[in-house]
Design a protein around this ligand. Structure first.
Ligand code: GDP
Length: 298
């Protein structure tokens, strides 16, 4: 991911090599190049516009520097702007004052929610938490079994309806799962919810009902970074329909153009907390805007 964007940005900086100072024409030409590179990477238009305007403004206001040549100055400005659109500081999970902390996962089917439940469970367990996973995705055939498998692999218990118990209602499962976490003193409960292939009213309503039944401390919207430009409209629909407090970018190991990752913060105003970078349970990390920016400009 980002290979193309990195190449394009690096090429635009190279044009400034050997210049004594940054002229207005240099700045305009470089900003146009950056704009094109971002659009080509599928970054959302409003985000591109703001990015370009900010880079232009900072470059024009930049002092003549003894230490940095114009190319280096622009790299520094673009780096700072990338950190900014990626969310500035990284943010930790919000833990409840009185456990259990309830974390609800939302997102389209296939976005990586069930996998994430296992990854996050393992990650939390390694930090001394005692998580419980709740299988409230009763829509997708096999989702309950899949959660049980990832739970087993992660060594994290799973709350699921008894096979044949007739409980077909995700709200009941979610509510009883949170109750179970209270009763058994789990410090965190992670609620996996159903997603459809596309956004629809029924799915949104179910997510709202699960939200209202569990009163989550965090709602994490799981966004498949591979879905390109659709990512922005999907994120917007979830922000409007259910609301969320943070984002997890999944499949960042793929070869998509990276626009989703760069747009989601600007479009929804919500921070990216984690990145999922593969199919294994350990392919998971905190999201650090500064590290991501450096990776893009490397
Ligand atoms: P859900 O429908 O939202 O619960 O999605 P799943 O957790 O079942 O994930 C859908 C598919 O994406 C599965 O084949 C996962 O193995 C795969 N997947 C999930 N996260 C990642 C990731 O970060 N990278 C890659 N390459 N694949 C992933």
């Amino acid at each position: 991911m980002f290979a193309n964007l990195s190449d394009r940005l690096t090429a635009s900086f190279k044009q400034l090599r050997g210049k004594g100072r940054l002229s207005e024409a240099d700045i305009d030409a470089t900003v146009s190049e950056i704009r094109r590179a971002l659009l080509e990477a599928d970054v959302a238009l409003p985000v591109v516009r703001e990015f370009a305007a900010n880079v232009r403004e900072r470059a024009k206001g930049a002092e003549v520097s003894q230490a940095l040549n114009p190319g280096q100055q622009v790299v520094k400005i673009v780096n700072a702007e990338l950190v900014e659109i990626l969310g500035g500081e990284s943010r930790d999970l919000n833990f409840a004052k009185h456990p259990p902390t309830v974390i609800m996962l939302a997102g389209l089917q296939g976005s990586g929610k069930t996998t994430l439940a296992g990854k996050l469970g393992l990650w939390l367990k390694d930090q001394g938490h005692t998580p419980l996973l709740v299988a409230a995705d009763l829509q997708r055939p096999g989702a309950v079994d899949q959660l049980q498998i990832v739970g087993e692999r992660a060594g994290v218990p799973v709350w699921a309806p008894e096979p044949g118990s007739g409980v077909g209602d995700p709200i009941t499962v979610a509510r009883s799962g949170v109750q179970q976490a209270h009763d058994k003193q789990h410090s965190v409960v992670i609620v996996d919810t159903a997603g459809r292939l596309g956004v629809d009213a029924e799915m949104m309503q179910q997510a709202v009902d699960v939200r209202d039944a569990t009163d989550p401390d965090e709602i994490l919207f799981v966004l498949d970074a591979m879905i390109g430009q659709d990512a922005v409209t999907t994120a917007q629909s979830f922000a409007d329909g259910v609301g969320f407090s943070g984002v997890v970018l999944s499949k960042l190991d793929g070869d998509a153009r990276g626009g989703a990752a760069l747009s989601v913060r600007g479009v929804t105003g919500k921070p990216v907390l984690f990145a999922s970078v593969g199919e294994k349970l350990t392919d998971f990390e905190r999201f650090h805007p500064d590290r991501m920016a450096s990776r893009i400009l490397d």
